[in-house]
Ligand binder design. Structure first.
Ligand SMILES: Cc1cc2nc3c(=O)[nH]c(=O)nc-3n(C[C@H](O)[C@H](O)[C@H](O)COP(=O)(O)O)c2cc1C
Length: 644
């Protein structure tokens, strides 16, 4: 039972209606000039509609060259104020409170995104991700930025934000001054703790001069940077006490810097344990009397409630949780936990898109940042819609069409829902993928959408049902290239191994194909089998994975003793095992008891032609168009559901 989450709490006199916080997240939806857009406002409004107690905006630049991403907002000039006034007015139609996060990215930026200016830092040490040599700041430059923070804060108050979060976490400029990992100065801004906090002290002073003592100003810190020579928890505890002493009104505990290992990242992947910062925030809570917010890998409202109940934090930040389901709070309040679309920590739509310089999206919720396009209003012309295939694309299409009032029926040839997403939950660390399928199942049930499993959509069925529209979501199927021995009974598919349909008892096992599926299946098998080798024709494995999750899985494969052969082209599978050609052109035989086929997938579209014979409206989506990721499938599904 939830007892704490929906109680209110004050931050410096600002009443936050519940304990669920949307932490700052860059969306890349503003203009190059740092102006907010309709798209940005609608994205935030959706969260206010969903009932979040406190929404913290993405990081606002404090000057024109303080950008870590090209399309973030700013409040460094007066022209930027009008759009923000509109934003605060809109959010204030709801109960949510809205704080503005303000920042300078320091060395975690590039000339490309911040107006062709060399990034600034306390010391001239490159960030390993951004790879741009920064300039060591002069004292004059420090003073100018201190003033920028104050000026920006003044505008925040004037446009109607309820409070400000100063971003002193994640390896951005303030955090760089605080951390011995990035601050090697020997003047009054570097060296001992008192010197390293001076920049933060001066920023808060400048902000307080602009907004006064009563206005809520909170700080975000990394409790642990998880870096050799970075700030550890002991110093973060000292920092937390210091933040209260100098007059911050709450402390938001996060972790990491760009330089941290993927598993310890700011945006932790699915392999990281839940609520990794809760022990640090608990200690901080014991030390200070101001409220404490904790964030990272908390995606479940019941877990959030328990963390508060245990006294580990006062507020819970759910960043990606709010992307996957902006309506999580209202669903949790109504006790409808099984209808929540939970974040699975895949990073494909959020972090990956930002790394590509693109706009934020979400595999689970392709509508996120696209709220401005439509209101998902009920259609005036409901149609009879047949969805063939219940993978992520088909489920999303059915859901979207049904929300819009169409009369939808889902057909799935297999005996269960999820398509490839079902087996994708079996590898180690990926169990949460199952939540997507289960919550879709429930959502469709609530929308009265019949789901027929073990039912193939055939010409006869289309003739009988006479749908107005057919969505072909038949997905992709495993593919074995045309090699000698491809019919061998040694061969099993990766999917059958994961689902337990093929029981692999003894090695040696050769996994053909070192993409995500091959890598995960090898890792999965390494729990019970010795002597596993991945054979990959490219010069590296896991090339289809998001970089952070790729690094994690590469490490796990190494730890579990899985051997990897790259630049190895499989020619034949025979009684002995796998014959491949290596980089030098030699033919090598690799003994195998079992050969796991993870060569790849090809699109499977047996229905389009037939459907077009009987039905004027046919949409082919996801893997049925082209074998690609689930991110593409749900996007296609959403768009098909809207197009009908
Ligand atoms: C796409 C994306 C952008 C982010 N941008 C910011 C940001 O602007 N400022 C910030 O302090 N944290 C940022 N973060 C970190 C989040 O606030 C949060 O700490 C992180 O996602 C972990 O929490 P979660 O597991 O609840 O998502 C971002 C995270 C994501 C996913």
């Amino acid at each position: 039972m939830i007892t704490e989450l929906f109680t209110s709490m004050d931050i410096a006199g600002c009443r936050i209606p519940n304990r669920l916080v949307v932490p700052a997240m860059v969306t890349n939806t503003c203009t190059k000039e740092g102006m907010v857009t309709e798209r940005f406002i609608k994205y935030i409004e959706e969260k206010a509609k969903g009932g979040w107690g406190l929404i913290i905006t993405e990081d606002y630049a404090v000057n024109v060259n303080a950008k870590g991403y090209e399309l973030i907002p700013g409040l460094y000039n007066d022209e930027q104020m009008e759009g923000n006034k509109k934003l605060t007015e809109i959010v204030h139609q709801y109960e949510s409170k809205l704080f503005c996060q303000i920042y300078h990215p320091g060395r975690q930026s590039t000339k490309l995104v911040n107006g062709n200016v060399t990034p600034l830092a306390p010391s001239a040490i490159k960030d390993p991700i951004c790879q741009e040599p920064p300039k060591e700041m002069t004292v004059e430059e420090i003073r100018a930025i201190v003033k920028d923070f104050g000026d920006t804060a003044g505008r925040c108050k004037e446009v109607g934000f309820d409070g400000i979060e100063i971003h002193a976490a994640h390896g951005y400029l303030i955090s760089e001054f605080l951390s011995p990992f990035t601050n090697k100065r020997v003047d009054e801004y570097g060296g001992c703790f008192d010197n390293r906090v001076r920049f933060l002290n001066e920023i808060l002073e400048s902000v307080r001069t602009a907004v006064g003592k009563e206005f809520p100003v909170i700080v975000r810190i990394s409790g642990n940077e998880y870096l050799l020579g970075g700030r550890t928890e002991a110093e973060s505890f000292e920092l937390a006490r210091h933040c209260e002493d100098i007059g911050f009104d709450a402390i938001h505990v996060s972790n990491g810097m760009y330089a941290s290992a993927p598993i310890d990242q700011i945006i932790a992947p699915m392999y990281t344990k839940h609520a990794l910062n809760m022990e640090v925030s608990e200690q901080i809570k014991k030390l200070v009397s101001i409220p404490v917010i904790v964030t990272n890998r908390i995606n479940d409202p019941k877990m959030a409630d328990t963390i508060i109940k245990m006294g580990k934090a006062d507020f819970i930040g759910m960043g990606r949780g709010s992307l996957a389901d902006p309506h999580l709070p209202e669903k949790a309040k109504a006790g409808k936990f099984d209808t929540i679309h939970y974040c699975i920590g895949c990073l494909q739509g959020c972090e990956q898109k930002l790394l590509e310089g693109d706009i934020l999206t979400c595999l689970i919720n392709p509508r996120v940042t696209r709220e401005y396009e439509n209101e998902l209003k009920k259609t005036e012309t409901p149609k009879k819609v047949m969805v063939a295939g219940a993978g992520p694309g088909g489920l999303t299409a059915a859901y979207t069409a049904a929300v819009r009032g169409h009369q939808v029926t889902v057909y799935e040839q297999r005996n269960d829902l999820g398509g490839q997403f079902k087996s994708a939950a079996y590898p180690l660390g990926k169990g949460e993928l199952a939540t997507f399928v289960s919550s879709m199942r429930k959502a469709l049930k609530d929308l009265n959408v019949p789901i027929h499993i073990n039912t193939e959509v055939t010409e006869e069925l289309i003739q009988k049902e006479k749908p107005d529209a057919v969505i072909v979501a038949t997905g992709a199927i495993p593919f074995i290239p045309n090699i000698k021995g491809r019919e061998s009974d040694k061969i099993v598919t990766a999917e059958d191994v994961l689902l337990g349909i093929s029981d692999v008892k003894e090695g040696p096992v050769v996994v053909c194909g070192g993409g995500e599926v091959g890598g995960e299946t090898a890792h999965f098998l390494s729990q019970t089998i010795r002597d596993i080798t991945i054979v990959e024709m490219q010069n590296d494995i896991l090339n289809d994975m998001m970089i952070m999750t790729k690094i994690c899985l590469t490490g796990y494969l190494h730890e579990s003793g899985v051997k990897v052969l790259t630049e190895a082209r499989v020619n034949e599978i025979n009684e002995e095992g796998v014959i491949y050609t290596n980089a030098s052109g030699e033919m090598v035989t690799l003994p195998a008891n079992v050969v796991v086929s993870a060569f790849g997938y090809r699109s499977f579209n047996p229905l389009e032609e037939v459907a077009r014979k009987y039905c004027g409206e046919v949409h082919v989506i996801g893997g049925a168009v082209k074998a690609a990721s689930a991110l593409h499938a749900t996007k296609d599904g959403y768009e098909a559901g809207l197009a009908i």
